[in-house]
Write a protein that binds this ligand. Structure first.
Ligand code: SME
Length: 163
C-alpha cells in the first residue's frame, strides 16, 4: 500500500523523497505500463503546481499518448512537432517558461502556461518523453530538469531490464 506523507517545502527535499519513493515503487515491477503509470502518479502527488504529467511513447514513427495524470490530452504528436516532438527529435530536455511565446507548442489545455519535456531513452535508444505542464508561468527550472532527468534515468534502467 502507498503511504501518504507530509511533503517537504523545499524543492530539493521534495525531489529526493520522490526519487526514494519511485525506486521503492517501481524497482520490483515487471510491467512497463504499470511502471510508467505509477511514475506519473508519484510525480503528480509530490510536485505542487503541476496540472498534467504523462509519457508520450514512440510508436510507428510518432509519439502516442501513454500513461498520464490529468485532463484528456492530444493522442498523437509527430516527431519535431510541439515541445514533445522537439525534445524527442533533439534528445534534449526543453523548458518552456511561457507557452504563449513559444511558436512550436501544441495546446492540449488552454490554461497551460509553462511546460517541461524530458527525453526517455532505453538501451540508448529514444523510447519516448516525459511531459509536465503547469497553469503557472515559469513553473519549471533547471532544478526540475536536473531531478526529472534522474527520474527518467531510473525508469530507463528498470525498463531496460525488462526488454
Ligand atoms: N504541449 C505539448 C503537447 C502535449 S500536452 O501538453 C499534454 C507539446 O507542445 O508537445
Amino acid at each position: 500500500m502507498f503511504k501518504k506523507i507530509s511533503l517537504p517545502t523545499s524543492k530539493k527535499e521534495t525531489y529526493e523523497l520522490l526519487i526514494t519513493s519511485l525506486k521503492e515503487l517501481i524497482s520490483n515491477d515487471d510491467c512497463i505500463m504499470s511502471i510508467l503509470a505509477n511514475t506519473t502518479s508519484l510525480i503528480k502527488y509530490f510536485l505542487k503546481g503541476v496540472s498534467w504529467v504523462g509519457f508520450y511513447l514512440y510508436v510507428d514513427n510518432r509519439l502516442k499518448l501513454g500513461p498520464f495524470q490529468g485532463l484528456p490530452a492530444c493522442t498523437t504528436i509527430e516527431i519535431g512537432r510541439g515541445v514533445c516532438g522537439s525534445a524527442f527529435e533533439k534528445e534534449q530536455t526543453i523548458i518552456v517558461k511561457d507557452v504563449r511565446k513559444h511558436t512550436n507548442h501544441i495546446a492540449c489545455d488552454a490554461d497551460t502556461k509553462s511546460e517541461i519535456v524530458v527525453p526517455l531513452k532505453v538501451n540508448n535508444k529514444m523510447y519516448g518523453v516525459l511531459d509536465l505542464d503547469s497553469y503557472q508561468l515559469a513553473r519549471f527550472t533547471k532544478t526540475d530538469q536536473y531531478y526529472l532527468e534522474i527520474v527518467c534515468n531510473i525508469v530507463s534502467q528498470i525498463l531496460s531490464s525488462l526488454m
